[in-house]
Design a protein around this ligand. Structure first.
Ligand code: PMP
Length: 355
């Protein structure tokens, strides 16, 4: 730390992203990317836009915003696009939470929430999950705090039924409820249809997972016009050109090819069920997931050892060094061939260490 670093950030513990080896040596099943490339239309749109990089991007990303609104059945004024959904989450924390309006979220969840809260000096409560890692909706009803819940949750993959989400939103009318739907396209139900019924509901989504665009950094928020207008106040005070030309063009093209992406999501779901069943045959406990990853543990090998042994053999998965989930690993779902390779390698590791 330099002697110039501001006092207000000196205790900040930054978010630690999953490993991102750039040499593409590994089978990457560690950061929930799609194994499928973007559609052809996306590459063409990016190439065309690259010719116009001398011009600033549209600060309102009008075409992309209108397309998202069309696909999700809302008005363009109910949509804001951001540099990954991380940015819209940070903006929402900045806009709606403070010392007087603290936050609550599950104790096992996306690791960035505590960091966004800390950097914005927002007090927060981490609400414990049940022993089986599910969220108890009663813990969130009428709690008089702003709430953030990923649905499905990460890294468990559990979906909270929409009826429970609605109860939480309805029982906290004077607080904002943010539903982080980064993984919703892999079989869970979205809360977007509730947007016009509740003015305290804010939904975030991303192009990083289901639309194969993690590297382009594109996320969005959907909410009432008033909430979106507040986010735009923050956005225009931070970085009005938060979406670069190529990403905006890529996002628009991706939505024009939506069928391709939704078909890929169905393939991921099939591969997920297949991989879960194969791992269960090897004695693993696999939590029921509605995301593009599974969370699994085995009595036969520790979470850390499995992570290390797979890495030695060229496969990256995610291990979290946190007491309650130390036995588990989060495994991103890839193609059928990739999942077969994973299962086969796990089998070999177990046999080697037991034989
Ligand atoms: N929410 C959750 C639950 C996530 O796991 C992630 C991915 N790390 C994000 C949001 C942010 O993803 P992105 O910024 O790529 O949209």
């Amino acid at each position: 730390m330099s002697r110039f670093f501001s006092e207000k950030y000196k205790n900040l513990v930054p978010y630690v992203p999953g490993e991102q080896p750039q040499e593409i040596k590994y089978l990457k099943l560690n950061t929930n990317e799609s194994p499928f490339p973007p559609s052809k239309g996306v590459a063409e749109a990016v190439a065309a836009e690259a010719e116009r990089l001398q011009l600033y991007s549209d600060p309102d990303s009008k075409e992309l915003t209108a397309k998202i609104a069309e696909v999700y059945g809302v008005k363009p004024s109910q949509v804001v696009v951001t540099n990954g959904s991380d940015e819209v989450l940070n903006f929402a924390f900045m806009a709606f939470a403070d010392e007087k309006r603290p936050l609550a979220f599950p104790n096992i969840t996306y690791g960035f929430y505590t960091v966004f809260a800390d950097i914005n000096h927002i007090p927060y409560t981490e609400i414990p999950l049940r022993c089986d890692f599910t969220i108890n909706p009663e813990d969130y009803t009428g709690i008089n705090k702003n709430i953030v819940i990923p649905n499905p949750n990460a890294p468990s993959g559990y979906e909270l039924p929409l009826t429970d989400i609605e109860k939480i939103v309805a029982s906290n009318p004077d607080n904002l409820v943010i539903i982080d739907e980064a993984y919703v396209d892999f079989g869970a139900e979205s809360a977007v249809p509730l947007i016009n019924k509740y003015d305290n509901l804010f939904v975030t989504q991303t192009f990083s997972k289901s639309r194969s665009m993690a590297g382009a950094r594109l996320g969005f928020g959907i909410a009432s016009e008033e909430l979106i207008s507040d986010i735009n106040t923050i956005r225009y005070s931070t970085n009005p050109y938060n979406i670069n030309r190529m990403t905006a063009a890529a996002g628009y093209a991706a939505l024009c090819d939506n069928d391709y992406y939704m078909k890929n999501c169905r393939i991921i779901e099939e591969n997920r069920e297949q991989a879960a069943s194969e791992l269960k045959k090897l004695g693993f406990t696999v939590l029921p997931s509605k995301a593009n990853f599974i969370f699994a543990k085995s009595e036969r090998i520790s979470g850390e050892k499995l992570y290390t042994e797979l890495k030695k053999r060229g496969i990256l998965i995610r291990h979290f060094d946190k007491e309650i989930i130390r036995d588990y690993n989060r495994i991103t779902i890839g193609t059928q061939a990739q999942m077969e390779k994973l299962v086969q390698t796990v089998k070999e590791i177990l046999e080697e260490q037991e034989g």
